[in-house]
Design a binder for this molecule. Structure first.
Ligand code: R5P
Length: 320
């Protein structure tokens, strides 16, 4: 019996290349599925193969255009459910709206929770995701969720740089300290935290206080995502003014909104390393940008979920 007789992987339009790379890792073809819009702007999905009682994985990061990506995912889940799939896993390498995870101003929504509810209501049985903005978002789902970490791959990439100088990992705010600590442990590096202040709901960021010592050290700023680039630029400027030498930036999700690629290109940052959880079109690839693929990690997680083996063990085995 073939290993993956009951396993099917399909993709929406958000990031077909990632879905294909995952399938290449698994050694299976990408499932055939049409996902398009009619002229009235309504999204249509048709799964073009039999998936009765199959273990179905739908790959769809919530990429730009974000709301279309969500609708495609929900409609794909509905189509799979009505086609009698045995189990449906939403593979969402980037979970947009994750920053809206609390009521931190009067009369605002908790959109991350709403999106989680929508995925569940559409009929997903499980979720596989990567580097959530905050781990607590896992609890917005009442179905099993596996969250993978990009930190081991990012740390491995930096280790290959063979930087001799003393290294410090810099968190871009107190809430991100755990992620930075994880990276610091893997690289046997120091830890520093820059306190971030957001100005109202405009996408403006000011870095305030630096906790820790960065003087004469190679600094690696670690963040979950780069949106406008404001956070990492403010962090980089702060640590440079405190004497940091070479400054690298490692982030899982390359949202790279608006002028972010240009701003980062002209910044003090020496190298920007991101994953392919989201597509990075050539127009967003600066000369300093490196992209690490998470397809093998997602493929391995899919293999383990399908075969009922531990996903957590992937990280225990990591060569930290
Ligand atoms: C926010 O708290 C996140 O961890 C990132 O720092 C943020 O999403 C980056 O956004 P931007 O690049 O727009 O400052």
């Amino acid at each position: 019996m073939a290993l993956y007789e009951n396993l099917k992987v399909f993709s929406g339009n958000a990031h077909r290349k990632l879905a294909k790379d995952i399938c290449r890792y698994l050694g299976i073809p990408l499932g055939e599925c049409e996902v398009f819009k009619f002229s009235n702007d309504n999204t249509f999905v048709r799964i073009r193969e039999n998936i009765r009682q199959q273990d179905v994985f739908l790959v769809q990061p919530i990429a730009f255009p974000v709301n279309d990506s969500i609708m495609e995912l929900l409609i794909m889940i509905d189509a799979a459910k009505r086609a009698s799939a045995g189990r449906i896993t939403a593979v969402v390498p980037y979970f947009a709206y994750a920053r809206s995870d609390k009521k931190d101003q009067p009369r605002v929504p908790i959109t991350a929770r709403l999106v989680a509810n929508l995925i569940e209501t559409a009929g997903a049985d499980r979720v596989l995701t990567l580097e959530l903005h905050a781990g607590q978002i896992q609890g917005f789902f009442n179905i099993p969720l596996d969250e993978l970490s990009a930190i081991p791959s990012l740390a491995h990439h930096f280790r290959n740089r063979k930087v001799k100088n003393n290294t410090v990992i810099v968190a871009t705010d107190a809430g991100d300290a755990k992620r930075a600590r994880n990276m610091a442990n893997r690289l046997d590096a120091h830890l520093a935290i820059v306190e971030k202040v957001r100005i109202g709901n405009q996408e403006r960021v000011e870095a305030a206080t630096l906790i820790g010592d960065v003087r004469d050290k190679t600094a690696i700023i670690v963040d979950d995502e780069i949106g406008t680039g404001g956070t990492v630029i403010a962090t980089a400027d702060t640590i440079r003014s405190h004497g940091a030498r070479d400054i690298y930036c490692y982030a899982a999700h390359p949202v790279l909104a608006g002028k972010a690629p240009e701003i980062l290109e002209n910044s003090v940052i020496k190298e920007l390393v991101v994953t392919d959880s989201l597509p990075v079109p050539p127009s967003k690839m600066g000369t300093k940008t490196s992209v690490i693929s998470v397809a093998p990690m997602l493929g391995e997680a899919i293999h383990r979920i399908h075969s009922g083996s531990s996903v957590g063990a992937m990280f225990d085995l990591d060569s930290a």
